[in-house]
Design a protein around this ligand. Structure first.
Ligand code: ZN
Ligand code: ZN
Length: 256
């Protein structure tokens, strides 16, 4: 499985300021932030499915535009997998005929651009070629999921946006053959109160997560707020968690 980082910043600004979006092989997206806008039309048409962590704009900003671009260039709908509450938010607030057309019924109800499929924590989706994607719990103040990608040879967990909660750590500890953990750290420690209020991690709470994980994956931190990246990374190093970390960057490719 090839996991390509299209965007992993906590905000926009410059060529590396692309928000959360990962391409799995060439047919699957994990989140649909602004990084998806860099794909060519041919690459967009090869996307068969999108796994969405939650409905916040930095994770779905390109989903309406993806639907529009591929609506007439594919034989089947792009399948969107997310928590039921996330799909309801997308239907109510995005594909509502006002913000954007309802591409679950367009170009025609019989052959729409998108189809929406709810996934509950613990459920797996078979995406072919021996690959599976499983929903894990995340805690973000809105319906949210983390995703576990299984290539058949190893696994990668992407946290989405989440606070430090025991259920999240327990779910990671239940994953066998965990090779990679891609995990957010949105705020610096001096913004701990803001991180807590918005259900995000900061270096201190990230360290709590990493010290509670019993396996030894490579840890890639992402979703750093623009302008605060160096400070967040230096604070993470200062906490010296049991697991070492590196910064995830746009263009990185993780193979597992
Ligand atoms: Zn969020
Ligand atoms: Zn976010």
């Amino acid at each position: 499985m090839r996991f390509t980082v299209l965007g992993c910043s906590g905000g926009i600004g410059g060529v590396d300021g692309r928000t959360t979006s990962f391409l799995v092989d060439d047919d699957t997206l994990i989140d649909c932030g602004t990084g998806v806008g860099d794909l060519s039309l041919d690459e967009l048409r090869r996307i068969d499915r999108v796994f969405v962590t939650h409905a916040h704009l930095d994770h779905v900003a390109m989903l309406p535009l993806l639907a529009d671009s591929v609506a007439c260039g594919r034989d089947s709908p792009v399948r969107v997998f997310a928590a039921q509450g996330t799909l309801e938010a997308l239907a109510q607030h995005v594909f509502n005929g006002t913000m954007w057309p309802d591409f679950t019924r367009l170009p025609s109800p019989a052959a729409p651009a998108l189809s929406l499929t709810p996934v509950a924590v613990g459920e797996s989706v078979d995406i072919g070629a021996g690959r599976r994607v499983t929903a894990l719990p995340a805690y973000h103040g809105v319906p949210a999921l983390a995703w576990c990608l299984d290539s058949g040879a190893g696994r990668l967990v992407f946290s989405g946006d989440t606070a430090f909660e025991p259920g999240f750590v327990d779910a990671i500890n239940a994953v066998e053959d965990l090779r990679h953990l891609v995990i957010e750290t949105a705020f610096a420690d001096e913004q701990h109160a803001l991180a807590e209020a918005s259900s995000h991690l900061c270096p201190q709470t990230l360290t709590g997560v990493l010290d509670a994980i019993r396996s030894s994956p490579q840890v890639h931190v992402c979703h750093l707020k623009p302008g605060a990246a160096e400070r967040i990374l230096s604070q993470i190093r200062g906490h010296a968690a049991r697991l070492a970390t590196r910064q995830l960057c746009r263009g990185d490719v993780l193979e597992f």
